[in-house]
Write a protein that binds this ligand. Structure first.
Ligand SMILES: Cc1cc2nc3c(=O)[nH]c(=O)nc-3n(C[C@H](O)[C@H](O)[C@H](O)COP(=O)(O)O)c2cc1C
Length: 278
C-alpha cells in the first residue's frame, strides 16, 4: 500500500510519461516524496542507495528532447557493491510507485539524459554510480510526437506472453498455473517497466521456490555504455513488483540468494542467476 492505495493498482496504473503540463509540482508533494526516500532506500540487496530531488527544467538539465515540460526530477546514486544495481532498481521503482500514488507522472531514464548536468547536482562519490533519473510532474493530455515515436519504438505497452517469461521445473517448459496469488504476483513482474522494454526477466518455479534470472541482451548498448549493466536494474524492478504484490496478497516468502540454484541449462540460454523467492 502506498498512501492507502493498492500497490497492485499502482503498478497497473504506472506508465512512462514523457510529456508534462507546465504547472509546477505542489511543494507538499515534493516534501512527501523527500520523506519517503528513506523508506524506499531499504532493500533486500543491501545496496546503499540515496535519492534527491533536483530542479532545473528538462531543457536546462538535458534530456535530449525526450522529455517535454518537466522542471523537477528525482535522481539516485548507489554505492558500488555486489548487488548495487538490482538494489537501486528495487528502491527507485518504489519511489516511482509512490509518485504514482501522489498523482505524478514519471519515466525511468537510464540513457536519454545528460549525465554531466545531473552529476553536477547529485555529485556521486568515487565509489558511487548514478544509474538513472526520472522527471516528476503532471501528465499532459496531449503527447508530443517524440513521445509517441519513442513509445512506439520501444513497443511500450506490449509485453511478452506469460509462458515466454515464466517456466516450470526447467528453463524450457512454460509455466501454466491457475489464477491465484502466484499468478497475480508474476503478472506484476510481467507488466513492469524495463530498459527499452526488453523484459529480460525469466523465472523458474522449482517446488515452492521461484528462481529469477536475467536474460541478458549482449547486443543492447545500454549494458556497456555507462559502466554498469543497465538490464540488472530491471531485475530490481521485478523484485520490487513481486514482493509488493506478494505482501498485498498474503503470498508467503521472501527474497533470498540461493546460488546453488544456478542451473546448467540456464547457462546455455545465457541466463544469469539473480535471486530467488522462497
Ligand atoms: C532501466 C530503465 C531505463 C530506461 N531508460 C529510458 C530512457 O533512457 N529513455 C526513455 O525514454 N525511456 C527509458 N525507459 C522507459 C522504458 O522504455 C519503458 O519503461 C518501456 O518501454 C515500457 O513502457 P512503460 O514504462 O510505459 O510501461 C527506461 C526504463 C527502464 C526500466
Amino acid at each position: 500500500m502506498f498512501l492507502n492505495q493498492s500497490a497492485i493498482a499502482l503498478m497497473q496504473k504506472r506508465t512512462s510519461v514523457r510529456t508534462y503540463e507546465k504547472k509546477p509540482v505542489d511543494s507538499e508533494k515534493l516534501d512527501m516524496l523527500r520523506s519517503f526516500f528513506e523508506t524506499a532506500c531499504e532493500n533486500p540487496f543491501d545496496a546503499k542507495v540515496r535519492f534527491d530531488i533536483v530542479e532545473g527544467g528538462s531543457g536546462k538539465l538535458g534530456t535530449y528532447g525526450f522529455i517535454k515540460g518537466a522542471k523537477v526530477f528525482f535522481a539516485g546514486c548507489v554505492k558500488k557493491s555486489g548487488y548495487d544495481i538490482e538494489g537501486f532498481g528495487y528502491a527507485f521503482e518504489k519511489v516511482v510507485l509512490y509518485a504514482t500514488a501522489l498523482g505524478l507522472g514519471t519515466c525511468w531514464l537510464g540513457g536519454t539524459f545528460k549525465r554531466a548536468s545531473f552529476t553536477a547536482l547529485m555529485k556521486p562519490g568515487k565509489d558511487e554510480i548514478m544509474p538513472a533519473i526520472s522527471p516528476l510532474g503532471y501528465t499532459a493530455e496531449k503527447k508530443t510526437l517524440t513521445e509517441k515515436m519513442v513509445a512506439a519504438g520501444a513497443g511500450a505497452r506490449k509485453r511478452k506472453r506469460f509462458g515466454e517469461l515464466f517456466f516450470d521445473g526447467d528453463a524450457k517448459t512454460p509455466l501454466f498455473i491457475e489464477e491465484g496469488q502466484l499468478k497475480s504476483c508474476l503478472e506484476m513482474v510481467r507488466i513492469g517497466p524495463s530498459a527499452s522494454n526488453k523484459q529480460p526477466w525469466r523465472v523458474v518455479r522449482k517446488g515452492d521456490a521461484l528462481h529469477f534470472y536475467l536474460a541478458l541482451d549482449k547486443h543492447y548498448a545500454g549494458n556497456t555504455m555507462y559502466g554498469f549493466t543497465m538490464q540488472r536494474i530491471d531485475m530490481g524492478i521485478a523484485a520490487c513488483h513481486f514482493e509488493l504484490a506478494a505482501k498485498e496478497l498474503g503470498f508467503d516468502g521472501r527474497i533470498v540468494f540461493d546460488e546453488s540454484q544456478i542451473m546448467a541449462d540456464s547457462k546455455a540460454d545465457n541466463w544469469t542467476y539473480s535471486f530467488s523467492w522462497c
